[in-house]
Design a protein around this ligand. Structure first.
Ligand code: SIN
Length: 275
């Protein structure tokens, strides 16, 4: 198969055409997709038709599949998270900037989101490049962050009082309180494939810098969060049924917009763990 890769924005994102992801990929096609994934940080596909098995098989080419510790998976397919907003739901899942699973000891490589049903308008997903965010920091701040580690946890987001508790709507989300540990990760992450550096903190799951109080961490974290979502470091994907977005959680944040009141949106996500 001859695939084409077309950039969609200056900072990150590329659309790939000429491939049917329901079929087993040959070596060169897989390599080209993998290269585009790490180079462009989020890749998009259109007009795909994936059964849950085919969705999982595509994900497994990149690593083992995560079973989300707090969100109940699809019946018979625990590796697939169904992200559904019903017309009566007020809040949505993923409606804040975050990097999936940064609260785990070994965070995930990437997430593959497939659109089953989309609203007539709205429901786009925004992506932000943490590579770009890091590259554009001053040499002084880069030096300050080098060697720092940050503490991540699911507690704030997935506890009974947390943000996801408000957003769960029709989805079944377990209460993380008392279950979720805290894990530290480098604030500047070196991508294992490209060797590029990316900022690895996010508003949903990063609590503080290791060895710092939350109050001490907040001003610098807030600065980094503001800096990282600068419009020029982002791209935006408008979904159609059958579209797929595959983003690199090591270097990308994402944000699901909630601007389609009274309409239904149904997505399926698999999340790829470290190989
Ligand atoms: C998520 O994975 O956070 C949800 C993204 C989306 O529904 O667009």
């Amino acid at each position: 198969m001859a695939i084409t890769v077309k950039r969609v924005a200056g900072a990150l994102g590329a659309e790939i055409s000429g491939v049917d992801l329901s079929k087993e990929l040959d070596g060169p096609t897989f390599d080209a997709i993998h290269r585009a994934f790490v180079d462009h940080e989020v890749i998009f596909f259109r007009d795909q038709s994936l059964t849950p098995e085919q969705h999982k098989a595509f994900g497994r080419r990149f690593g083992s599949l995560n079973i989300h510790p707090y969100v109940k998976g699809m019946d018979g397919h625990p590796e697939i998270m169904e992200i559904i907003k019903e017309p009566t739901d007020k809040l949505n899942f993923g409606g804040g900037w975050h990097s999936d699973m940064s609260f785990l000891e070994t965070p995930s490589i990437g997430s593959i989101l497939y659109a089953v049903e989309v609203p007539d308008f709205g429901g786009d997903t925004l992506f932000a490049s943490m590579t770009k965010a890091y590259d554009t920091l001053s040499p002084g701040l880069k030096q300050t962050l080098e060697g720092l580690r940050a503490v991540h946890s699911a507690n704030r987001e997935y506890s009974a009082q947390g943000a996801s508790a408000q957003k769960r709507g029709s989805m079944q989300v377990a209460d993380a309180e008392g279950m979720a540990g805290e894990f530290t990760h480098p604030v500047v992450k070196v991508h294992p494939v490209t060797g590029r550096k990316a900022l690895y903190v996010n508003p949903a799951f990063t609590l503080r810098f290791e060895g710092w109080k939350e109050r001490e961490s907040k001003p610098l974290l807030d600065y980094l969060f503001d800096h990282a979502r600068y419009e020029a470091y982002t791209c935006r994907f408008q979904w159609r049924a059958g579209s797929i977005a595959f983003w690199d959680n090591r270097s990308v944040w994402h944000f699901a917009l909630n601007d389609y009141p009274g309409q239904r949106r149904h997505m399926r996500r698999v999340t790829v763990d470290a190989v």
